[in-house]
Design a binder for this molecule. Structure first.
Ligand code: MN3
Length: 206
């Protein structure tokens, strides 16, 4: 990730808006990146403008931090910093040249933790479907044990707040899929598996 410090800018996607068709449609990508993520970025900058001491923090510190601010300001900061971090992580984890299955060290780690890739897919889909309302499902690892786990977060909560190392995520807010898939989140999840950048996921695993 680049541009980790204030002022935050909306970095261009690493692929064209229509590159993930037919799995994720062009119009959704435009709205999701240019409107939704842009709003998180604008709001984050607006809050930080009033707090020069917070401008020194990088994005991860802003997501993790428990800052002494008025309650409403703290909630706004937390939601918008999480919105920027999570969306960048989500978009960066997609690719039109998906390998369609795990690569590198991550392959062994998935087999160790889940038995095989098929089981991971089943469990991941179940988790992504279980998010009530808006949120994300994540493949993460614990920094010490290196063991893989699937977790979900609500709204713009992020696993980095729980000291978990994110590897892969799916955004299951309705804005991520409603235009194309309407209420059928399961179909969106199935199709998202076709555009995962497994090399990036393996790099995130390290
Ligand atoms: Mn989103």
């Amino acid at each position: 990730m680049e541009n980790l410090n204030y002022p935050f800018v909306n970095l261009p996607l690493p692929y064209s808006y229509d590159a993930l068709e037919p799995y994720i449609d062009e119009q959704t990508m435009h709205l999701h990146h240019d409107k939704h993520l842009q709003t998180y970025i604008d709001n984050l900058n607006k809050i930080l403008k009033d707090y020069p001491w917070l401008q020194k923090m990088n994005l991860e510190q802003l997501v993790r931090g428990r800052f002494k601010l008025p309650q409403d300001k703290y909630i706004q900061l937390h939601n918008n910093a999480g919105g920027v971090y999570n969306h960048r992580f989500f978009f960066d984890g997609l690719s039109p040249q998906s390998e369609k299955e795990p690569v590198g060290n991550l392959t062994n780690a998935i087999n160790d933790s889940f038995g095989n890739f098929y089981n991971l897919k089943e469990e991941f889909k179940k988790a992504a479907l279980s998010v009530f309302g808006s949120g994300y499902a994540w493949l993460v690892c614990r920094n010490k044990s290196r063991k893989l786990e699937i977790v979900t977060t609500h709204n713009q909560g992020s696993p980095i707040e729980m000291c978990l190392n994110p590897i892969l995520t799916i955004d299951v807010w309705e804005h991520a899929y409603y235009l194309k898939y309407h209420n059928v989140r399961a179909e969106y999840i199935d199709n998202w598996f076709n555009v995962i950048d497994w090399s990036k996921a393996d790099t995130n695993y390290g």
